[in-house]
Design a protein around this ligand. Structure first.
Ligand SMILES: [Zn+2]
Length: 246
């Protein structure tokens, strides 16, 4: 596809990107799991940057309580399937980008088939069961994964690169903190999801460009105190996901 580079002029000026980096972004395939509070900024910035092939997974429909943070949707979208609304809006935003909508819930039966089409996976879901499944399948298939999560004024982020045998999401959270926890049960401020989602998009862009990423590290952002802390993560000896990966 012949693209007009003028749209990307301001990022091509960056010495770590240039035209060759922009071409890598055009050729990249990124899957975003979850098109909600994190997914809205992640998807928007990936599309803006000209990531050529973007997949999005979300089985949910738009509800009124989504609208404080999920800016891909408006009140006119209430009751409609998020995956298709998001795809239409993102493709309208940038014609250079092909967006594929996956509207099924991710399960052990379909996740490998979906993931194998992509170079980078982004975990932008809202529950630990899905996070563990995404972590396991991304690691098993050696696909880099950018995990992000938010709760009230705090957000966390880590990047996992199986080919470099980094620690994984299970190393950070070996046990589900709360079996019942879902995004409907704790507070989320849109601006906090915006911060973490933006950094997730940035991590994906850096993975594609082979730049420094948050590998074996976790970023902890506290919006109330305005602090960003980066802590090292070590692999757990007993991690069933990453410890014996070749
Ligand atoms: Zn692990």
């Amino acid at each position: 596809m012949k693209r007009n580079l003028e749209r990307y002029q301001r990022q091509i000026l960056i010495k770590e990107i240039k035209e060759i980096g922009q071409q890598k972004l055009f050729n990249a395939k990124v899957l975003v799991c979850g098109a909600g509070g994190l997914g809205s900024p992640v998807l928007t910035y990936l599309v803006a940057a000209g990531i050529g092939n973007i997949g999005l997974c979300d089985f949910d429909i738009v509800s009124p309580s989504n609208l404080n943070r999920q800016f891909l949707y408006t009140p006119l979208d209430l009751g409609k399937q998020k995956a298709y609304i998001a795809k239409a809006k993102l493709e309208e935003f940038n014609y250079d980008v092909k967006v594929t909508a996956h509207s099924d819930r991710l399960t052990e039966d379909n996740v490998t088939e979906i993931f194998k089409e992509y170079d980078v996976i982004i975990d932008a879901v809202d529950n630990f069961e899905s996070r563990y499944l995404i972590n396991m399948v991304a690691y098993k298939n050696s696909i880099p994964l950018v995990c992000g999560a938010v709760c009230e004024f705090e957000g966390i982020l880590t990047t996992i690169v199986p080919k470099e045998n980094t620690s994984c999401f299970r190393c950070v959270y070996p046990l589900n903190p709360s079996v019942q926890l879902t995004s409907k049960m704790f507070g989320i401020l849109g601006a906090i999801a915006g911060v973490i989602g933006s950094i997730q998009a940035l991590e994906a862009i850096k993975l594609i460009l082979n730049l420094h990423c948050l590998k074996n590290k976790i970023l902890i952002f506290n919006g109330l105190e305005n602090t960003y802390r980066v802590k090292h993560i070590t692999k757990r000896e007993d991690c069933t996901i990453c410890m014996h990966h070749c």
